[in-house]
Design a protein around this ligand. Structure first.
Ligand code: SF4
Length: 235
């Protein structure tokens, strides 16, 4: 199954206090001018965002050929251990569209750095929320005893150059996403990867990989809790 999806805007727009937290401003400590800038960023995001997503089922053998990418993955990684145990897989891509990125660039060119940075943070949050929305969509097609998590090239040992094979199979150009020479996506505020469904326990691992020593947030802990204990809210 291949689905091109218009993602409901209301499902992915961040609240302005969340934008400030994303920028490192603790909740409740922001001066009113900063809060106004975050509100303006959210207003701009609402008017400029056209979120779209693409979801395509893929069999395990086909993904096993995509995962190695250009041969630059870490020797060991969570996804290398998880994907062979999957019961269902889907490639995905989601974008908030190019107009937001153009506006961010324009604001930087105009030296309006506070609003540019706030809009950049808001658009990143919206793109991540779009990926979370796609994950719920895929989970809706899975059984209630399967746990679903998404994994993206560029994180946790899966090298960003794996985007080349992922894009060749998924063709996200259909929703306006292209891949640059350095494997960055255009529009920049886009997310791609693979949804993995199976017994929740397949997503559990100990974060003792070489690259974990440099990890700032250990987000995997929250994600694993979320899939093992569905009442746990993913942050
Ligand atoms: S600790 Fe960080 S780098 Fe290691 S698996 Fe978890 S999120 Fe990835």
């Amino acid at each position: 199954m291949r689905e091109v999806l218009d993602i409901p805007l209301a499902e992915i727009l961040p609240e302005s206090p969340t934008v400030l937290v994303q920028q490192g401003v603790p909740a409740g400590t922001e001066p009113e001018t900063i809060a106004d800038i975050a509100r303006e960023a959210c207003r701009l995001l609402t008017s400029l965002t056209a979120p779209r997503g693409l979801l395509e089922d893929i069999d395990l053998a086909t993904f096993a050929a995509i995962y190695p990418g250009q041969g630059e993955n870490a020797p060991r990684s969570p996804l290398a251990e998880i994907h062979p145990q999957a019961e269902a897989l889907a490639l995905f891509a989601v974008t908030v569209g190019s107009a937001v990125s153009q506006q961010i660039d324009q604001l930087f060119d105009d030296h309006n750095y506070p609003l540019a940075a706030a809009l950049d943070a808001a658009a990143s949050l919206a793109a991540d929320s779009g990926a979370a929305w796609m994950q719920k969509r895929f989970a809706g097609r899975c059984t209630s005893n399967q746990g679903v998590l998404r994994y993206s090239p560029g994180y946790c040992g899966w090298h960003v150059s794996a985007q080349i094979k992922l894009f060749a199979k998924l063709n996200p150009g259909e929703i306006g996403i292209t891949l640059g020479e350095s494997c960055l996506m255009d529009p920049l505020k886009s997310v791609s990867g693979v949804m993995v469904a199976g017994p929740p326990v397949i997503h559990e691992f100990t974060p003792d990989f070489d690259f974990c020593a440099e990890c700032a947030d250990h987000q995997c802990r929250d994600r694993i809790d979320h899939v093992l204990h569905p009442g746990h809210k993913e942050t």
